[in-house]
Design a binder for this molecule. Structure first.
Ligand SMILES: [Zn+2]
Length: 78
């Protein structure tokens, strides 16, 4: 999405995503306007190990582990 899209474009995508995601959360995401809005901004309804942040649950990614072994990498506090 562009950095500063027009209001009309943001409204278009909001409406589009609400309609698309209405079947999320066992089909209840579109049940009320409030739930539709919540699902628009946070489609993953929980943060378990399947839905949540990968790095939090499983540690560094392989790409990060590989990069840490290269000579280019320096610790942040160096
Ligand atoms: Zn989950």
């Amino acid at each position: 999405m562009p950095k500063n899209p027009s209001r009309a474009l943001r409204r278009h995508h909001r409406k589009r995503l609400k309609r698309r995601r209405a079947h999320y959360w066992n089909g209840t995401a579109g049940a009320t306007p409030r739930r539709a809005g919540r699902c628009l901004h946070s489609p993953a309804s929980c943060s378990c190990w399947l839905c949540g942040n990968r790095r939090r649950h499983h540690g560094e990614t392989l790409q990060e582990q590989r990069f840490a072994q290269t000579a280019l990498w320096e610790p942040d506090d160096a």
